[in-house]
Ligand binder design. Structure first.
Ligand code: FES
Length: 151
């Protein structure tokens, strides 16, 4: 079996699917190579992510990882969501085939992009150690052969 039961479950029955009109932060990322796009919406109150929605135009792994990522950050403080790694998402899904690891990188990037949007909208300082000083384009050209994006 190529995919774990959890991946199949989150693909066939994605959690938090949809969009949000009054989101406090929205992040959209894409993978130039496969053309997949992921959008994440966050509702944040008192530093806690009280609601999350996602829309993913992509492969089964991209849908499963975005679904799992929303589950992992819902109800969590912003700081915890910032720490979310693609590895944690993959582990929570009981693994992904190596060729599909790059799909989980998209989920990590989408969460970070939505938080960056929230920080920017609220005039909060962006820590370059977390968000990176500039988009180097490295992640967008990922060929999926690596073990996750180290930046
Ligand atoms: Fe593009 Fe999975 S193949 S995100």
């Amino acid at each position: 079996m190529l995919y774990s039961e959890k991946v199949m479950d989150h693909f066939s029955n994605p959690r938090n699917l949809g969009k949000m009109d009054d989101a406090d932060g929205v992040g959209e990322v894409g993978n130039a190579k496969c053309g997949d796009i992921m959008k994440i919406y966050l509702k944040i109150e008192d530093g806690i992510i009280v609601d999350v929605k996602f829309n993913t135009f992509g492969c089964a792994s991209a849908i499963a990882t975005s679904s799992m990522a929303t589950e992992l950050i819902k109800g969590q403080p912003i700081e915890k969501a910032l720490e979310l790694s693609n590895k944690a998402v993959v582990e929570a899904l009981d693994g992904l085939p190596p060729a599909k690891i790059h799909c989980s990188v998209l989920a990590e990037q989408a969460v970070k992009a939505a938080l960056k949007d929230y920080y920017t909208k609220n005039g909060m300082e962006l820590d370059p150690a977390i968000f990176g000083s500039e988009d180097c384009g490295h992640c967008h050209s990922c060929d999926g052969g690596c073990d996750g994006c180290e930046g």
